[in-house]
Write a protein that binds this ligand. Structure first.
Ligand code: ATP
Length: 212
């Protein structure tokens, strides 16, 4: 489903991804780990088509995410490390997402409720005025409502309190069948129940890839 072949990405003289090759298939839940600066986010952004590789390629169901960005992103739910600075209010944001990505608004509300985010009380509040945890809860709710085959989370729980983390992992467990779930995390113990593959990166390389 996701094929990464000899992928190298440099920023100036800094090699962020160094000849990385790996495949992620459906029914795999992968914890992507490694020290700060190891290349995890660069790998994820390459999968999302943010970057032109210096060499090698990424294919998502046979499509290049740079050349076929819209088509590729239609099939991916992504929650970034830092929420984007969205000026729309929650109502407008849900409206926009339901139209642009064909996501059911009621399902976003359902998952928001499950994440203990009171959508109705905050409907006309700008996204950027929500607390860090509230933003993350809404992005998680949208990611689950989108029903994508590929779900990518880049440290999504950093701003969540322990209860919200439990809610999130419970919902994810219900949602993981037939999908690729790729999880950047520094907290392996939290996702242990959820994952069946563990990848470590260091200095832009995959240094360990273990199926559990
Ligand atoms: N847009 C960019 N411009 C320049 N250098 C970058 C850029 N993005 C990443 N890098 C560099 O690439 C290397 C890998 O960064 P990356 O963000 O992929 O690491 P990471 O494993 O996600 O780290 P963390 O755990 O801190 O999030 C680092 O040396 C970083 O400085």
């Amino acid at each position: 489903m996701i094929t990464i072949s000899n992928l190298t990405k440099k920023f100036g003289s800094n090699v962020s991804l160094d000849n990385v090759s790996c495949q992620f298939k459906k029914n795999e839940s992968i914890a992507l780990m490694g020290a700060n600066g190891a290349g995890k986010t660069t790998l994820i952004r390459s999968i999302l088509g943010y970057y032109h590789p210096n060499s090698g390629e990424v294919l998502i169901n046979g499509l290049c995410p740079v050349k076929n960005r819209t088509e590729v992103l239609q099939n991916i739910s992504f929650v970034p490390q830092l929420p984007p600075p969205i000026k729309l209010n929650i109502d407008e944001l849900m409206q926009y997402i339901s139209i642009s990505s064909d996501v059911d608004k009621e399902l976003i509300e359902h998952y928001s409720n499950e994440m203990k985010l009171d959508i109705k009380a905050n409907l006309y509040k700008s996204f950027f005025k929500l607390s860090g945890g509230m933003k993350q809860k809404l992005l998680i709710a949208i990611s689950l409502a989108k029903k994508s085959n590929i779900i990518i989370y880049d440290e999504p729980t950093a701003n969540l309190d322990p209860k919200a983390r439990d809610d999130f992992y419970r919902l994810l467990k219900q949602n993981e069948d037939e999908k690729v779930l790729l999880f950047v995390t520094h907290r392996l113990e939290e996702v242990k129940e959820l994952i069946n593959r563990q990848i470590y990166m260091d200095m832009g390389k995959v240094v360990s890839d273990e199926r559990l």
